[in-house]
Design a protein around this ligand. Structure first.
Ligand code: DP6
Length: 317
């Protein structure tokens, strides 16, 4: 019997940047995100004979062992030693530096816990996904999602996908995978940035403000918080030693264009993760105006609406 799960990527509007515990992968603060319905990972898991897992990512064998180590956590919880065959694929370019670990670990958590016979509630599933990747906790839910930074941090849905029909326009501004991954970038920031404490102190108020803005469907307010959180996260990384700079010239140009367009009445705001691409949120009818902002600087666009929760099915072979 095979279990097949799908999960969507997500983009944080109040960023997760820094851990307070590496072993349990505990975030130093909370975060707040929107789930992206058009960026999907599909993962199948089935028990196999023998002691070794077989893991393929987009058709290529995974030799990093990261997924197998994560599966060990789930096997410990289930008290079963079953080896597993995992096949996972993304319908969006992984190498483009988009958040494939978020949707990937969310889908894997859902499919593998089922394959191992674990019956867990949503909160527990988000805690396990977090152990794989912090942002993955949020991808189990649809819509607008918060990570609550307790001693065993978990994710909760703040509003469902249909609450507010915003779109996300992802401007790709470079080719190839990112130079400093999120985990390394944030660990280096925690270890060496003298702005890190100030960054962490700023997060709770931003989460509160972002939640209120989403519940009120107030784009101006959400724009203020999301851009502030993004710029402060990058400021903390820039102040590391040596500083981590994720942006290229096109990233900066797009920041200026989005801000100028908003001051001329286009309802849109940007956010940027641990890479050079720029994600712009706006209502559906503003998408053409936003897409036009990429002219001459962006080398590709991905459009997504806000998506639903991760799902799992049992498939007989
Ligand atoms: C900039 O979730 O990839 O995208 O827990 O080490 O796997 P690990 O980190 P990860 O970090 C995401 C960082 C971010 C901001 C965010 O998604 O909140």
């Amino acid at each position: 019997m095979k279990h097949v799960a799908t999960a969507h990527s997500n983009i944080a509007l109040v960023k997760y940047w820094g851990k307070r515990d590496h072993g349990a992968n505990l975030p130093a603060a909370g975060s707040f995100s929107a789930t992206l319905g058009d960026l999907t990972t599909t993962t199948s898991v089935e028990p196999i004979e023998g002691d070794a897992d077989r893991v393929t990512l987009d058709g290529e064998e995974d030799t990093s062992g990261r997924l197998s180590r994560f599966l060990d956590l789930l096997r410990d919880r289930a008290d079963r030693r079953t080896a597993l065959h995992v096949e996972t694929s993304n319908d969006f370019p992984t190498a483009a530096g988009l958040a494939s670990s978020a949707s990937g670990f969310a889908a894997l958590t859902l499919a593998a816990t089922r394959a191992l016979g674990l019956e867990l509630d949503e909160r527990e599933l988000t805690r396990l996904a977090r152990r794989g990747s912090g942002s993955a906790a949020r991808s189990l839910h649809g819509g607008w999602v918060e990570v609550v930074p307790t001693d065993d941090a978990y994710a909760v849905r703040v509003a469902e996908a249909g609450h507010w029909d915003l779109r996300c326009v992802v401007f790709l501004t470079a080719e190839g995978s990112k130079k400093v991954g999120s985990t390394d970038g944030m660990n280096h920031t925690v270890a060496t940035s003298n702005y890190f404490d100030a960054w962490v102190d700023s997060v709770p108020a931003d989460i509160e403000a972002a939640k209120q803005a989403v519940l009120a469907r107030d784009l101006e307010r959400l724009a203020t918080v999301a851009e502030r959180s993004c710029l402060r996260m990058h400021a903390s990384a820039l102040a590391a030693d040596p500083g981590v700079l994720y942006w290229n010239g096109a990233t900066v140009e797009l920041i200026h264009r989005v801000r100028e367009a908003r001051s001329s009445g286009l309802p849109a705001f940007f956010t940027i993760d641990a890479g050079p691409h720029v994600k712009v949120f706006c209502p559906a009818d503003a998408v053409p105006g936003v897409e036009a902002l990429g002219e001459g600087v962006s080398n590709g666009v991905i459009l997504s609406s806000i998506g639903g929760a991760a799902e799992v099915d049992e498939v007989a072979e």
